[in-house]
Ligand binder design. Structure first.
Ligand SMILES: Nc1nc2c(ncn2[C@@H]2O[C@H](COP(=O)(O)OP(=O)(O)O)[C@@H](O)[C@H]2O)c(=O)[nH]1
Ligand SMILES: [Mg+2]
Length: 390
């Protein structure tokens, strides 16, 4: 058991007694400010501190459960616990990561999940979040439980999530059948964050059967998402040159559905034009092969029938994968690809969690900076250090 796990019950006990005393005193007090004789920890301005402490206690709750208890709570879909488990899955602390890995080991193999994993990508502003809001509601109307993981561009300064995407899903955020989780991308390229895969598995274990992952649609995110999702929906903005960009970037090779967004109001004619251009390209020359595999649709968040049509396409593609027994082999192939691509990240995270590695790295970097060591020698020394000590 980790040090934190041992200390938590003690901390909770101590704070609970103090807070109950505090609450009782507050309730009995007719004029709080007149109680100048209160000890420092009972003054009114400490309410903020008190709220913070309750929040900390709430976060610490998880440490009181065994993995088996957490597992049961997860399967029961207990929302508050699920949020905390996903927070744990996003933690970079080695002990949290170990706990999550233990929990994941209790789940059935990732490839056997019956959930449909949908990646939604496209340039910022194309309408991903707004579309997910509607699509999620459409899934609920069809009897599903959607979960949304939005990968926000990380703030360069704080590394935190901008949390803008949840605000763009006002209706879905209110639905009790849905779970929305914004998290930072943690990468300069704005791709899928390293913890998305774990969060996705946890949500599936909690019976969310339509897992939607929204990526920022720049840099590496499109290729990242095709390692995770059963299908990739690529959104194209009319009158933005996105259609040409998509084709240039070879998007048809990994997108399963192309959606021309904002097919309404003043943009409707441009959307129609964009739709026609894309359709022509998809039916011509070497790309004609892709025609069967890639669907092309128009959508507007103001036209429910377009969202229903998109949901139909998603369901049809998923049913084909299941009925033709292609889903699990495809997932296993993606997992293998993911493993090949992501082991360096895991190794780096492990090394960075070791203080002695940090010290060695810093000292070698300083030696390079003051000219006493060449870069080549520094790399050599670092590798020797890793093999000998880590
Ligand atoms: N006219 C119109 N505007 C839309 C539509 N979908 C999204 N928008 C607008 O496009 C802007 C960007 O939407 P958002 O969902 O945040 O895009 P994201 O950055 O791709 O997630 C917002 O101002 C939305 O109101 C649509 O179907 N029609
Ligand atoms: Mg968004």
């Amino acid at each position: 058991m980790s040090q934190r796990a041992k200390l938590t019950p003690l901390i909770i006990k101590w704070f609970s007694i103090r807070r109950i005393q505090f609450a009782v005193t507050l309730l009995n007090s007719p004029d709080l400010d007149s109680h100048v004789d209160f000890p420092w920890y009972l003054k009114i301005k400490d309410i903020c501190g008190c709220i913070l402490l309750f929040y900390i206690l709430y976060l610490f709750q998880l440490y009181n459960y065994t993995n088996n208890e957490l597992f049961i709570k997860l399967l029961n879909g207990e929302r508050a616990i699920l949020s905390q488990i996903v927070t744990l899955a996003e933690s970079r602390l080695p002990e949290d990561q170990q706990r999550i890995n233990e929990l994941l080991a209790l789940l059935p193999p990732a490839a056997r999940s019956g959930a449909c994993r949908i990646g939604i990508t496209g340039s910022p502003g194309v309408g991903k979040s707004s579309l997910i809001d509607r699509l999620g509601l459409e899934f609920i109307a069809r009897g599903h439980r959607p979960a949304v993981l939005t990968i926000d561009p990380s703030s360069a300064i704080t590394g935190g999530s901008i949390l803008g995407d949840k605000a763009r899903m006002p209706e879905l955020s209110k639905a009790k059948e849905a779970f929305i989780r914004p998290s930072p991308s943690l990468s300069e390229l704005g791709g899928v964050n390293p913890y998305t895969r774990r969060s996705m598995r946890l949500l599936e274990a909690a019976s969310y059967d339509r897992v939607i992952i929204e990526t920022v649609g720049i840099g590496q995110s499109e290729t990242d998402i095709s390692d995770l999702a059963d299908m990739v929906v690529y959104l194209v903005q009319p009158a933005s040159g996105d259609d040409l960009q998509a084709i240039k970037k070879g998007i048809l090779e990994y997108a399963d559905i192309l959606v021309v967004t904002k097919w309404d109001g003043p943009l409707e004619a441009r959307a129609e034009e964009c739709f026609r251009d894309l359709s022509l390209v998809m039916h011509s020359g070497s790309l004609a092969m892709a025609e069967d595999a890639v669907s092309l649709v128009r959508a507007s968040v103001y036209k429910p029938e377009t969202i229903a049509l998109l949901a139909d396409h998603i369901e049809n593609k998923f049913n084909v994968l299941v009925n033709e027994n292609k889903l699990f082999p495809a997932r296993l192939a993606r997992e293998s690809h993911y493993f090949r691509n992501h082991w360096p990240q895991e190794l780096k995270a492990l090394l960075q969690s070791k203080p002695e590695f940090g010290i060695e790295l810093e000292s070698l970097a300083n030696a390079v900076q003051n000219g006493s060591l060449s870069i080549e020698k520094a790399f050599q020394k670092l590798i020797q250090f890793i093999f000998a000590r880590c």
